[in-house]
Ligand binder design. Structure first.
Ligand code: ZN
Length: 152
């Protein structure tokens, strides 16, 4: 997807969220975490809700998650985002409870719990968005090969 010239972009130098955008610019996913107890602080905040420490930093997180929800937008709301498009909510596997939002073109077939992988989309100098791509769902049960009768 190529960014529309009028697409809104995030402020990447914000004190509370800048580390997220700096990591994204290097094709990495990072969340703020407490330096004293390790709790992930998402949404980013100054004080740890678990131990009340005010010491925090940015921790690289594996860029994979699970589809928690999604919605398909079929009405034009902004010229930069022609419908249909899909907004996904992804829960990070390495940080349960931390969820990120992403944009997908069109209306792809999705399933609750579907594995998702982050992708990184540079839309301006110093502005890289974290997006999500669906991975094939893990299907449990016998593999198709095990269902083929042995004819030997
Ligand atoms: Zn803490």
């Amino acid at each position: 997807m190529t960014a529309h010239p009028d697409a809104p972009v995030p402020v990447t130098t914000d004190l509370d969220t800048g580390g997220f955008w700096q990591a994204a610019a290097h094709n990495r996913l990072a969340l703020r975490a407490c330096l004293d107890c390790g709790t992930v602080l998402h949404l980013p905040k100054v004080m740890c809700h678990r131990c009340r420490s005010t010491r925090s930093g940015w921790r690289e997180i594996e860029p994979v998650g699970t589809l928690a929800s999604w919605t398909v937008v079929r009405a034009a709301l902004h010229p930069a985002f022609p419908p249909p498009y899909t907004i996904v909510l992804v829960e990070l596997d390495a940080a349960p409870g931390a969820r990120l939002i992403g944009y997908l073109d069109g209306a792809p077939d999705l399933a609750m719990g579907q594995p998702m992988r982050a992708t990184f989309q540079q839309v301006r100098d110093q502005v890289t968005l974290v997006q999500w791509s669906p991975l094939p769902a893990v299907i449990s049960g016998p593999s198709p090969d095990s269902l083929v009768p042995d004819l030997s």
